[in-house]
Design a binder for this molecule. Structure first.
Ligand code: ADP
Ligand code: MG
Length: 693
């Protein structure tokens, strides 16, 4: 199984190198796990005369003539004609031209498989699979179609060639080379076929059922492996001792009785109780606090930090951006200063004596609370006795960064991770499965539902009129432009052009417009932001830097330009910047005239719901988990077959099974669990999870 892929018949050094580079197929085993992405029905042959532009995939048998290379450069292609006794049809290839030209024979008999298309009024088949018709040709059943890449295709490794490679591989190996990892009791309990059968049948199913059974088994194994890691990390948490917060003391009680600016909602109280129970347990708390934008997570963070102070510990609050850290600092400072509790802010821009003093006071323990950015996790920042770390907007931070905070004291401090992106349960189980989850599912009283409308470009003037009328009532407005990282320059240009346009609608002498974007230096950005926060600017023109956390209750309009370029969760986040005061707020989604079906769908969802959970479920269903929540970088969700949305039922099964296994046999020492142990070791070596465990 570990043999280099070059050793396989039909591969050799050149193709081997390519397989390695393009698809990370380095060994026999890797090829075994390069699964088909669909199956072609090759059980019937169509007469050429019956083929038309609307036909689905067809399989033809005929004689090949007129093989010729046409065009040059980009337009280079190979064309040929196939005929049988009913008619003729053109075939055309744009890739692997050289290789095909060498291997195809004029007047040869071929079996061809592809999807017909219409080009210049003629029906042809672009890029069909083509194989010589001979005794070996297998005209039957479901044939595997594999993912490949353009470079591989250019070297003649098409979707179909993988079938030949896997065939060659299965001739070399036996079922003994594909050991079973799962114990018989799990196979039986969940009705899973054995591993060797599953792997053979996913490449060569003999029926729809055997293919489904094979996929089910392999998905199960993938998800089980991920749930196993999570179950183990959880177990470590429960074993890992934490600081015991013995009491609710003076700071907390004094704040609660005399300094709370409002009544806590029921949900806020519940979450605080959960945190209280965790921190009193003697184990380290690892809790995820989910709450929609505006649900009031900050106050929970502050009160959790006071709990730490009451028990003789320091606390910190980490935010993903400078602006957010500043805002948090202002809330924290504003509330705690009256109580005589010292707190400070530490970010990348804290320099010189100020920075030195803060570091000194954190080390000697005289500074109790620090708010900051990721500057807080630098090694130079040493705490006297850190007992509680709150992380806001977690998905901006990597899992590894969370781990670095653990090391800031002898025992790991309690962790409260707050996120405003409600995470669907299935995803949370996979991504944050090692955390306990609290939810704030209630908004503070008196909030009015934000009115969301979708308008196209043609209505710009009336939209601007509307914003003007809101401003004349004393409100403020955000105007947000999309940002695509690939082209910062273009983004900046469109933002500037947008700003000029806004100026036309809102002339200087009467309206004050601030602008913030990523190209400004920190101070300029801060200054502009401040103008808006303080109410001096009527309008804030911005890129998505304001996406998270910013709190300006007087702002009642959020205008999102080119809304079609934002994802659902992002739109929801942006919308959450308004509706924070008691006034009716509005979110206006401007789009171009021509939208894809998918974009229209998104606009419909966002205009019909203000519930973050509903929206994130839909977002996940539409986009898949890959790009969301930074999971791609985190490397946690590299499943080959499983899809946590579609396979949520399997996910749930594997979660229970993994918990059971880890509870019964924490060290995985039982004879029956040696295969599981092996899966786990393999997985841990491949992923980031090792860093946090
Ligand atoms: P988020 O969960 O998005 O971080 P914040 O903590 O910024 O929300 O709270 C949003 C706004 O609601 C703030 O202005 C805050 O002062 C206010 N708020 C929070 N909790 C309550 C409450 N229980 N009653 C009234 N207003 C509240
Ligand atoms: Mg917040």
């Amino acid at each position: 199984m570990d043999s280099p892929i070059e050793y396989l018949k039909g591969v050799g050094p050149q193709r081997g190198e390519l397989l390695r580079k393009e698809l990370e197929i380095a060994t026999f085993e890797d090829l075994l796990h390069h699964y088909p992405y669909r199956y072609a029905d090759r059980s019937s042959i169509t007469g050429i005369a019956a083929v038309n532009g609307n036909s689905d995939y067809v399989q033809l048998i005929g004689t090949l003539i007129n093989i010729s290379e046409e065009g040059t450069g980009h337009k280079r292609r190979l064309t040929a004609t196939l005929y049988d006794n009913t008619g003729r049809i053109d075939l055309v290839w744009f890739q692997g031209v050289q290789w095909l030209k060498k291997s195809l024979v004029e007047n040869g008999r071929y079996i061809v498989y592809g999807k017909p298309a219409v080009f210049n009024g003629m029906v042809n088949i672009p890029h069909p699979d083509i194989d010589p018709l001979n005794a070996e040709t297998n005209i039957a059943g479901m044939q595997p179609v594999y993912p490949t890449t353009e470079k591989l295709r250019a070297k003649g490794i098409t979707n179909r060639s993988f079938a030949k490679l896997t065939q060659a591989l299965f001739e070399k190996i036996t079922t003994a080379d594909i050991p079973e990892f799962l114990p018989p009791y799990l196979l039986q309990q969940y009705g899973l076929c054995n591993r060797a059968t599953a792997i053979f049948r996913i490449h060569y199913p003999d029926s729809e059922e055997s293919m489904q059974a094979a996929k089910y088994r392999l998905k199960w194994e993938e998800l089980f492996a991920s749930q196993l890691k999570i179950a183990q990390i959880r177990l470590q948490h429960t074993i890992q001792p934490g600081y015991k917060f013995e009491k609710v003391g003076e700071h907390f009680n004094n704040f609660y009785s005399h300094h709370l600016p409002f009544q806590l909602t029921g949900a806020q109280k519940r979450v605080l109780r959960e945190i209280r129970v965790d921190t009193a347990s003697g184990k380290q708390m690892n809790r995820l606090l989910q709450g929609d934008v505006g649900s009031g997570k900050t106050i929970v963070a502050i009160m959790s930090m006071l709990l730490a102070l009451d028990n003789g510990f320091q606390a910190c609050l980490m935010a993903p951006t400078e602006i957010l850290a500043q805002q948090h600092y202002q809330s924290v400072h504003g509330l705690l200063d009256k109580m005589g509790i010292p707190c400070a802010i530490l970010t990348g821009t804290t320099k010189g004596k100020e920075r030195k003093d803060i570091l000194q006071q954190l080390a000697d323990g005289s500074l109790k609370i620090v708010v900051g950015t990721h500057a807080l996790i630098e090694d130079k920042v040493v705490f006297h006795n850190l007992g509680m770390a709150v992380i806001d907007e977690q998905h901006r931070f990597g899992v590894g960064q969370r781990a670095r905070l653990w090391k800031k004291n002898d025992k790991a401090p309690h962790m409260l991770v707050m996120t405003a992106t409600p995470i669907p349960r299935t995803l949370a189980m996979t991504l944050y499965g090692d955390l306990d989850v609290s939810v704030i599912d209630e908004l503070p009283p008196g909030r009015q539902e934000i009115k969301t409308v979708w308008r196209n470009e043609m209505r710009r003037a009336s939209v601007m009129d509307f914003i003007r009328s809101e401003i004349d009532k004393g409100r403020q407005a955000y105007i947000v432009y999309p940002l695509i990282e690939e082209s910062e320059k273009v983004d900046y240009e469109s933002l500037k052009a947008g700003y000029e346009q806004v100026r036309v609608f809102f002339p200087d002498h009467k309206y004050n417009v601030a602008i913030v974007h990523g190209k400004q230096d920190m101070q300029e950005r801060e200054r502009n932001m401040e103008r808006f926060v303080a109410g001096h600017a009527h309008i804030l023109v911005a890129t998505t830097v304001i996406e998270v956390g910013v709190n300006v209750p007087n702002a009642s309009v959020m205008l999102i330009e080119s809304s079609e370029r934002f994802g659902l969760s992002q739109l929801h986040q942006l919308r959450g910047r308004v509706g924070r005061g008691s006034e009716q707020s509005y979110c206006i989604l401007l789009t171009g005239n021509q939208l894809s079906e998918e974009s229209k769908q998104r606009m419909k969802i966002i205009t019909s719901s203000t519930n973050g959970f509903v929206i994130s479920e839909q977002d996940l269903a539409m986009r898949g988990p890959g790009d969301l929540y930074g999971t791609r970088q985190s490397g946690i969700m590299k499943f080959k077959l499983a899809d946590i949305v579609q396979d949520s039922a399997i996910l749930e099964q594997t979660r229970l099974a993994a918990q059971q296994v880890v509870t019964d046999d924490p060290g995985l020492t039982h004879q029956l669990h040696q295969g599981i142990r092996y899966i786990l070791l393999k997985e841990v070596n491949q992923s980031d999870w090792s860093k946090i465990s």
